[in-house]
Ligand binder design. Structure first.
Ligand SMILES: Cc1ncc(COP(=O)(O)O)c(C=O)c1O
Length: 431
């Protein structure tokens, strides 16, 4: 350890809850033939439901030629930024034209967060975030830049004033004041929409409230919409920040999206930021030298998202239908075990309340239950790992590999059965 810098030591020591768990689970994943006693993965935020559709398409779009052989603009080739601008204008901005010059390509949304912290905050400054949330962002902003997150807890249940996982001006102001009282300088607020783990879709009013709050305090606002095109509920209305010009007016408002979720290609490592901030664009373009999305990949993805017939007739209808089907099967299974599921219309998860099976309503008991699930070789994420204030909640992913592979026929029911069997066996011992 002596040969390692302090920065290096911090890097070695820092582990997010999800990273630690994933490192234990991934080498021992369930496989019907090769590892039937392995972990049933209901934890990792991957959508494998369209694996064959995406694999075929990406293979068709990949080409290597002299044009992809040499250095290129790491922060986004013009053809790719043009394709992204067209794609997002049509799918999320509801026709408002995006300017390709305001796009920077990043190696995933996680990398975009790292660069946000690098560009806009000093060590020990903080970003506000609405909790519960995808807690690995804590790692993304801290690992290199030392930026902290301060959580603003949203109520898990409807209250007189707020629906579950919603927020208002008062809640945001309270969170801001808490952070100041703790001695932090607040530099930004992060709004994840649709939510992970909640699947929560924010309303126009909530988005306006957050934007006004950010302007009032002169802080940055970061809209993470990585699940924006995974809205599967029939009557769900999703409003993207890109479709509300009043949200992206100043140079402190930033939109993020990526390919990991809506296209289920987290292995390709590609995300993007749309921003008015000339500083972020310039900084991120420089930093992307250290982790640029390869030229071949940018070209392939540009081709894929420009194929409107495939998107409209094949990919999106198939993906949304499979998300819906998988969600319904999982919700039914959990409900049959007496688990209360938060209603969800977007994303890959059900946020479910297991507190009726907990002897005490404490974090220690929630983690005990989590460890019992792990011992029974089923992996789901406890609310504690997602910075939930209320205990007893677990995030259950319904898009992981085993169900995707077996989707649509009796095998799905069988495999889902065995998966819920493992949850059920643990819960039975507790009742
Ligand atoms: C809300 C949210 N933001 C960002 C990310 C990071 O995604 P990427 O693979 O693009 O780095 C994830 C991944 O789970 C996520 O759920």
């Amino acid at each position: 350890m002596d040969s390692v810098s302090e920065r290096g030591r911090n890097t070695l020591n820092l582990m997010s809850f999800m990273n630690v768990q994933a490192a234990q689970v991934l080498p021992d994943i369930y496989n019907e033939q090769k590892n039937p006693k392995g972990f049933i993965n209901l934890g990792i935020a991957e959508n494998c439901t369209c694996e064959e559709v995406i694999c075929t398409k990406v293979q068709e779009c990949l080409t290597f030629n002299p044009a992809t052989q040499y250095y290129y603009p790491f922060g986004g080739k013009l053809n790719f930024r043009n394709a992204l601008a067209d794609f997002l204008s049509e799918r999320l901005a509801k026709g408002m034209e995006l300017d390709p010059k305001k796009i920077v390509v990043t190696s995933g949304v996680g990398a975009a967060f790292d660069m946000m912290a690098h560009m806009f905050a000093e060590r020990e400054d903080c970003f506000l975030v609405l909790a519960p949330f995808y807690s690995a962002i804590e790692y993304d902003v801290f690992l290199r830049s030392g930026v902290k997150l301060h959580h603003i807890h949203r109520p898990v249940h409807d209250t007189n004033k707020l629906r579950a996982f919603s927020f208002d001006e008062e809640l945001l102001e309270q969170g801001y004041q808490e952070a100041i009282d703790l001695g932090h300088k607040v530099k930004a607020i992060i709004v994840i929409n649709p939510g992970n783990p909640t699947g929560m879709i924010h309303t126009r009013l909530e988005l306006l409230t957050a934007s006004k709050f950010a302007q009032r305090h002169d802080i940055h606002i970061i809209y993470d919409e990585i699940y924006a095109l995974s809205v599967f509920g029939d009557d769900a209305e999703f409003i993207s920040a890109l479709s509300m010009p009043e949200l992206l007016t100043n140079d402190k408002s930033h939109f993020m999206w990526g390919f990991s979720k809506d296209f289920g290609i987290s292995g390709i490592r590609c995300g993007m930021v749309y921003t008015n901030s000339a500083e972020y664009l310039k900084g991120a373009n420089k930093l992307s030298y250290f982790g640029g999305v390869p030229s071949v990949i940018q070209d392939a993805l540009a081709r894929m998202i420009s194929d409107k017939a495939w998107l409209d007739d094949v990919y999106f209808p198939t993906n949304l239908q499979r998300l819906r089907e998988n969600h319904d099967v999982m919700e039914k299974g959990l409900t049959s075990l007496g688990i209360i599921c938060h209603p969800v219309k977007a994303g890959f998860f059900i946020y479910a309340n297991f507190s009726k099976y907990m002897k005490e309503q404490t974090t220690a008991e929630e983690l005990k239950l989590f460890n019992e699930f792990k011992a029974a070789k089923v992996y789901l994420i406890p609310g504690t790992g997602l910075k939930s204030k209320e205990v007893g909640w677990f995030r259950v992913t319904f898009t992981n590999k085993q169900e995707a592979v077996a989707r649509g026929d009796f095998t799905q029911i069988r495999i889902l059965g065995s998966r819920l069997d493992r949850i059920e066996a643990v819960l039975k011992q507790r009742s």
